[in-house]
Structure formats: structure tokens, C-alpha cells
Design a protein around this ligand. Sequence first.
Ligand code: NI
Length: 165
Amino acid sequence: MFTRIEDFAAEWTNEAELTASVLDALTDDSLGQEVIEGRRTLGQIAWHLVRSLHYMTTLGLVFDEPSGGEEAPASAEHIASEYRRISRDLLHAVRTQWNDETLRESVEIHKEVWPNGGSLHYTIMHQSHHRGQMTILMRQANLRLPDVYGPTYDTWSEKGLAPLV
Ligand code: NI
């Protein structure tokens, strides 16, 4: 869990930029790519990732929800731009509405006690979880992936190196 606002801010800034780079690689045509038939699509996972940041308002933070409602938008550009807006707003809200003491305070969520600093950590992990799901579907949709925590197969190849197995 985070015990200092600025530790969260540093990690969030890096992680949000990685997520934005993945969302930037989406195309409108790719949004219908499904995990399996009838289940979540790439667009729905991406939109869930964007909207889930607004769950942090249940902990008392105040910032606007993404525009566009619950249904996944048909525009990849809209998903990416709303993500940039809400990820910036979340960080601004944490910096201006909470302090290091607030991070140690706890809130009961679904009958579990969560320290706010733990919820911030969970938010980062939840984001990376869905980002990982997305990159698989994006590969299946023949999109070029950005590097996230390391080079992709394509990056290795372009450098003339043998991709790791
Ligand atoms: Ni989720």
C-alpha cells in the first residue's frame, strides 16, 4: 500500500502513461475483438478500465466520471482521450483532496476494510490486469503493440534481434 501521496503520484504517472500508450494503439475496427464468443470485447475491457477509475469516488474523492455512459463507445479515440482525462483527474483529486494521513485511513468496501493507500495500490494492479488482457486481444486483432514492461516481439525483430521465446 502507499503511505505517501508522492510515491503514488510517481508510480501512477508512469503506469497511466503505459495504459494510455496501449489505448492509443486501438482502432475502431479492433474494438469488437472478443475473448470468446459472447463475452467481453476488447472495447468493453478498455472502457471498463477507463470507467473503473471513477470507483475511487466511493472512497470520498471527487472528480467527473467518463463521458459516454456505461456502454463501450464505438470510437477508440474517445476511449483513449477519456482515459487521459480521468487518469489526470484521479491524480489531481488524490493530490488535492487527500494527504499522507488519509492514506492510512480505512473504508469498508463490500464488508472488507481497505486502507486508502491500499485501494490506490489495487487501482494500479487492476489497471495492469486489464491492460494485459487487452494486449492479447490486440495481438489477435493484428494491432501493433507498444512496449509495456519490455520489448514486444516486433520491437526485437526491428532491432535485428532474436525475440525471446
Ligand atoms: Ni475489472
